[in-house]
Design a binder for this molecule. Structure first.
Ligand SMILES: Nc1ncnc2c1ncn2[C@@H]1O[C@H](COP(=O)(O)OP(=O)(O)O)[C@@H](O)[C@H]1O
Ligand SMILES: [Mg+2]
Length: 227
């Protein structure tokens, strides 16, 4: 199993968003997390990807603990290991969060160049491969404002794939899409899963869940049920 979450809890002040959530995801599996607006879906994704600290519980990604419960306290991993763990889990934001002042190629290569993972030429080559695979060839020099919603989303997916994550999370991937682009995103997600990437999709779009989910987790009143 590539992701395992145990007894995870998160509050904002007095607002308990979720308590004691546990679930796991296998390699290449597509899991949907659904729930009404405000149930804590985005907060859960932000905790899984290390953008938000949980209050309690543990998150294990690819054998490494992002955080762990020790003597009744949550302990986050050291900074050096944190970077390695966060590279294993990518997030495609609901609003894509592309850097508006960077073109497509720069959006893809910024983080890997910063992390000095590989020589710049190797990183650029990898970006080209991903852009081709996501049908974005020729868009390298375009800026986000010059792209359609579906294209921006695919750039965001390509960017999230640049560091070769084991897990890829999507926050409401169909919220800004028309029918045709929806079919395209569904195919892309299935392709990524078939390459072995574990997929977590947060959505309140029940028809998309029916179409794509291999397992469904429902968030309600701070707890989850798994079908
Ligand atoms: N940064 C934050 N500070 C305080 N409260 C927050 C923050 N982010 C989310 N919340 C609250 O947490 C709850 C869950 O929000 P969210 O995770 O965005 O839900 P969903 O994505 O399911 O619509 C809401 O009550 C929201 O107001
Ligand atoms: Mg949300």
């Amino acid at each position: 199993m590539v992701l395992s979450v145990e007894n995870l809890s998160k509050s904002f002040g007095k607002n308990k968003v979720f308590s004691d959530i546990s679930f796991s995801v296998n390699q290449g599996e597509i899991v949907c997390i659904r729930g009404k607006s405000g149930e804590g879906k985005t907060t859960l994704l932000r905790c899984l990807t290390g953008l938000e600290d949980a209050d309690k519980g543990s998150i294990k990604i690819n054998g490494m603990y992002l955080c762990k419960e020790e003597n009744g306290h949550i302990k986050y991993t050291q900074k050096t290991e944190l970077s390695a763990i966060r590279q294993e889990i990518g997030l495609v934001f609901q609003s894509f969060n592309l850097f508006p002042h960077m073109n497509v190629m720069e959006n893809l290569t910024e983080a890997p160049i910063f992390l000095k993972k590989d020589p710049v030429e190797t990183i650029k080559k990898r970006a080209e491969v991903l852009l081709n695979r996501l049908e974005l060839e020729g868009k390298e020099n375009s800026y986000p404002f010059q792209l359609s919603g579906g294209q921006k989303q695919r750039v965001a997916i390509a960017r999230a794939c640049m560091l070769n994550p084991s897990v890829l999370c999507f926050d409401e991937p169909t919220s800004a899409l028309d029918e045709q682009t929806r079919a395209q995103i569904s195919k892309i997600i299935k392709d990524l899963a078939s390459q072995g990437i574990a997929i977590i999709i947060v959505t309140h779009d029940n028809s998309f869940v029916e179409e794509i989910a291999q397992r469904i987790i429902t968030m309600k009143d701070g707890a989850i049920t798994i079908d």
